[in-house]
Design a protein around this ligand. Structure first.
Ligand code: F6R
Length: 258
């Protein structure tokens, strides 16, 4: 695990976006795993900016999102389909037919989960998976006590996730309680993982993710098992790490060799 600590959230965002763009330039038809949420919004803004500056084309990439709310159709304003269209897909040359997000409104969500896992495999697996992390240590919607080898399936949102995500809905009662999410096993199959966490409110999850123990209590701690995981942090998210001097000595200013 490479722990990359930046002075500010802006610097962490720029670094992770540059890393993703580098990967697309190196392999234009790469398969990217994508996330939603407040933390990745500026990452997508930075990726769009690179596209606007004609530094990269996303026309050949294939994408798979981590998750979707059960019950929301793709055109629902709170769906992750809508989020992706608004923040990334609709602002670049990504071809709609090259993007996949689980269908939350599928007649049989359990079947949809199986179909989604198979579709990822059929495309050769994910080259690089972008992640955020929840305050409770979740990745995707894999809440605490999720199986560390889980595949795409239906998961119930933890009460703290319902509360956190209610900021996007009119009323907390409107937040769907179920999701279709890649499993932790699905995420660990990605050939590379890049995760971003910013802000004080993520510092406990970041501590548990990086310094352990490895435990289903903190699903993100499963990334300790991954051979190519890079964790992009700002100073606030890194504030509880006990080995911070070590991480900063290995990667001064969050720099990572290509
Ligand atoms: C959503 C997802 C979630 C978020 C996490 C952090 O696709 O994967 O795990 O990354 O809930 O969300 P924010 O960035 O809003 O704090």
């Amino acid at each position: 695990m490479k722990v990359l600590i930046h002075d500010s959230a802006e610097a962490a965002v720029a670094a992770i976006a540059n890393r993703i763009v580098e990967k697309v330039i190196a392999k234009p038809a790469c398969v990217l795993g994508l996330a939603t949420g407040g933390t990745v919004e500026p990452v997508y803004d930075a990726m769009v900016q690179k596209y606007d500056q004609q530094k990269v084309s996303y026309s050949r990439i294939r994408t798979f999102n981590l998750d979707e709310y059960v019950g929301l159709s793709p055109d629902h304003p709170m769906s992750y389909h809508h989020f992706m269209e608004k923040h990334l897909f609709g602002r670049t040359d990504i071809s709609a037919s090259n993007t996949s997000i689980p269908f939350g409104n599928a007649a049989n969500p359990a079947e949809e989960a199986k179909r989604y896992e198979a579709e990822i495999k059929r495309c050769g697996g994910i080259d690089c998976q972008l992640l955020g992390v929840g305050e409770n240590g979740h990745i995707g919607f894999n809440e605490p006590t999720s199986s560390l080898s889980s595949t795409v399936r239906i998961k119930t949102l933890a009460p703290e996730t319902v509360r956190a995500n209610s900021r996007y809905f009119q009323r907390i009662e409107d937040v769907p309680r179920l999701s279709i999410t890649m499993g932790i096993g699905t995420i660990l199959c990605a050939r590379e993982i890049v995760l971003i966490a910013t802000g004080d409110n993520k510092s406990k999850a970041v501590l548990e993710m990086i310094e352990g123990p490895l435990s289903a209590r903190c699903p993100a701690s499963a990334l300790q098992l991954h051979p190519h995981a890079e964790i992009y942090l700002d100073a606030a998210a890194a504030s509880q790490l006990t080995l911070r001097d070590y991480y900063e000595a290995v990667h001064p200013n969050g720099k990572v060799e290509s």
